[in-house]
Design a binder for this molecule. Sequence first.
Ligand code: ZN
Length: 164
Amino acid sequence: MPRLSPQATEELQIAQELLQQVQLADAHDTRQNPLITMTGTFSAALLYKLLKSGQQQDDRAKFIWGSHAAQRVQFFTWHLLNNRIQCKENLFKKKITSNSTCEVSSQGTETAAHIMLECPFAKVFSELIKVQTDNITSAPDIHKLPRPSYIPATHVNATLEEKE
Ligand SMILES: [Zn+2]
């Protein structure tokens, strides 16, 4: 297979070794998936529960899944902190858009960090709402943004306190 990269060749060999151990039977397949309900449909609720059930949650997971924000906000934030939002950089990688330049500022690649932290528009917005972003440079660290001084700590703590 001359078109395979060395890594792909190695992965193909591993896959072929695994497939040699498989024996097919005439019986119906038994399929198991924790995200499929008894009726055989995909359940987003089960996915949320699975995401929230991790034994070892890092600070980001606690920030997102431990908050009282709406589930759609939690889900977006989870995507944001994992660089999975549909920014132009990701759309460009998927060949959905022909370039990855920020359309708001035309200054740099539109990454999650650019949208939230680096874009001049985002910087003006952060200044207006008095959120100090200078020490945060990447999307996975956005949960570390400091509390603006005009928001009482008790309000933030109540929003982020662990749900039961
Ligand atoms: Zn921009």
